[in-house]
Design a protein around this ligand. Structure first.
Ligand SMILES: [Zn+2]
Length: 161
């Protein structure tokens, strides 16, 4: 029999496994709905809100309630498995399952959030940990403003004479 190549699990799969483990640690039952929420969170970089997660998972799981989305997110945030990033000018909390040190950028016009890899954040995290004595569960570093697309739209709407 040929040696089967071990499939290296992707970043997203590892993230999903971590989220499921966090729910087990929280003593929550791993229902198909909760698994689907974890799967969705692990595979998106869109920084979804609870409503967006609900809208994305609901079609496949019609019995899903918004309350389940919220209590699942609450448990994940409490355990530091997901970061709650706050709003993007839309009054809703955005969630991020990517725990690698990075900067988040929020557009106050289109309410999208994107990641910016940033080496300095890892240094900052180490420094904060060392100097505060805290056991850090997470950090939210959000810059906000207007994304390049929205700046372009604004320029096209009001061309300078
Ligand atoms: Zn924008």
């Amino acid at each position: 029999m040929n040696e089967v190549l071990v499939r290296v699990s992707s970043e997203a799969q590892q993230r999903e496994a971590r989220l499921l483990q966090a729910l087990r640690d929280a003593g929550l039952r791993l229902t198909p709905q909760r698994r689907a929420i974890c799967h969705y969170l692990a595979h998106t970089d869109a920084h979804p809100t609870a409503q967006q997660i609900f809208a994305a998972v609901k079609p496949e799981f019609p019995s899903l309630s918004l309350a389940t989305v919220y209590n699942t997110l609450d448990a994940l945030v409490r355990l530091g498995a997901v970061h709650a990033l706050g709003g993007a000018g839309d009054g809703a909390i955005h969630y991020d399952a990517d725990l690698r040190p990075h900067v988040n950028l929020a557009c106050l016009q289109c309410h999208r959030m994107v990641d910016l890899p940033c080496e300095a954040v890892a240094d900052l995290n180490r420094r904060v940990t060392a100097e505060s004595g805290y056991r850090i569960l997470g950090a939210r570093l959000v810059y906000y403003g207007l994304c390049p697309d929205c700046q372009r739209t604004a320029r096209e709407a009001s061309p300078t004479p």
